[in-house]
Design a protein around this ligand. Structure first.
Ligand SMILES: Cc1cc2nc3c(=O)[nH]c(=O)nc-3n(C[C@H](O)[C@H](O)[C@H](O)COP(=O)(O)O)c2cc1C
Length: 367
């Protein structure tokens, strides 16, 4: 019988429990993407609150290319000393700290008119309506190099690993989707071609950081978007290709942002108070995980520890990550560990986002 609170290892990483904080953009970094005291405190509170492994909010790999304000950056070496001090503090509290790295692209409402925004093809994002510039092969190489350098910086700064952001309609997940990716060259068409940029990035990153350094990816188990999106079968194909190229583990999210036609089909869903509506990607994720050898982390609507232990003992999912519940209640993991299995404070109201920082609405008035 496996439990949420037993310790495990993934390669060189020791994990004191099976609960992770999934990447969460806090909108608290400074204008250039550097840490602030306020943001550092968020991570320290999470580490003190018992979560075994923390993935940072997404960090942008090319200067000026950021889909949101207040994001962390990792686009030059000036970040390394600050992050080094930061990772030491988090690790001293007993948590692992992994940096998520991203190229955003057209999934943005942040100053889109002032920036060059690349995408697989020049088609509008269904939610943000931003039309990116179709990438040349030179642009693709620039992005791959930027990810590789970002990974090297994260390693030098003491992060326990990195996570490539391949989900949520940011650039890499757009390449996987037949809607966003209409390319006729070797980066479009078949799933083999649509996955090429991610495979090449992983190969380049691996070469840079070595065979042992933990390199994860967050990707979709399915876009739930019929012929426009990545299907479950295609997701399995991509996962197997990444496995061949040395991915350390895969976090499966999912969904699409075609909110007009598919309301509440995104990665962070509402109406999940009832346990049967929770853990909404776990069944698909489990079906994919049956065919994989690397550790699988499931994200999306996890709220009930008994339900997670059920998945843990009946499927190959080994880890569960949460965003909103820990944004609202950083001490949730210790609470569960200490036997109080009551519901999370988060009710998935969808109001975490704020211009002066992403905090639970229940805490807003107190500031
Ligand atoms: C405020 C906020 C910021 C988020 N930022 C990121 C991010 O930086 N990278 C990412 O992959 N997902 C991000 N997500 C999505 C979460 O990691 C997660 O996939 C989603 O919220 C579902 O999990 P949950 O039900 O535990 O919240 C964010 C979600 C929220 C609510």
């Amino acid at each position: 019988m496996k439990t949420l609170f037993e310790s495990t290892t993934i390669g060189s990483m020791n994990l004191k429990n099976r609960l992770w904080r999934s990447a969460t953009w806090m909108n608290m970094a400074d204008g250039k993407g550097h840490l602030t005291d306020r943001l550092e405190k968020v991570y320290l509170d999470l580490a003190k609150g018992g979560v075994g492994t923390i993935i940072t909010g997404y960090a942008f790999v090319l200067e000026g290319e950021q889909p949101n304000p207040g994001m962390l950056g990792i686009y030059d070496d000036s970040f390394i000393p600050g992050y080094r001090k930061f990772t030491e503090k988090i690790k001293a509290e007993g948590a692992n700290i992994i940096m998520q790295i991203v190229y955003g692209g057209s999934s943005t409402s942040f100053q889109p008119e002032n920036r060059v925004i690349w995408g697989p093809s020049a088609v509008p994002h269904p939610l943000f309506k931003v039309v990116p510039t179709e990438m040349t092969k030179g642009n693709i190489n620039t992005v791959i190099t930027a990810f590789t350098q970002a990974a090297a910086r994260a390693k030098a700064a003491g992060f326990d690993g990195i996570q490539i952001h391949g989900a949520h309609t940011y650039l890499f997940s757009q390449f996987l989707s037949p809607y966003y990716n209409r390319r006729q060259d070797e980066y479009g068409g078949s799933i083999e071609n649509r996955a090429r940029i991610i495979c090449e990035t992983l190969e380049a990153v691996r070469k840079e950081v070595g065979p042992e350094y933990p390199v994860f990816i967050k990707m979709h188990c399915s876009d739930d978007w019929e012929e426009k999106g990545l299907t479950e079968e295609e997701s399995l194909y991509v996962a197997l290709e990444l496995e061949k190229r040395g991915i350390t583990g895969i976090e499966f999210s999912g969904g699409n942002l075609d909110t007009q036609n598919y309301p509440n089909a995104g990665p962070a869903r509402s109406k999940i108070l009832k346990p049967e509506n929770q853990s909404y990607f776990a069944e698909k994720t489990a079906r994919i995980a049956e065919h994989l050898n690397v550790p699988v982390i499931s994200v999306g609507g996890h709220r009930t520890p008994e339900k997670l232990e059920h998945f843990l003992n009946t499927t190959p999912i080994g880890y569960f990550s949460m965003s909103r519940p820990l944004l609202s209640e950083p001490g949730l993991v210790n609470r569960w560990k200490n036997g109080d299995l009551g519901k999370p404070r988060c009710v998935a109201c969808g109001k975490c986002w704020g211009e002066d920082g992403n905090v639970c609405i229940l805490d807003r008035k107190q500031r």
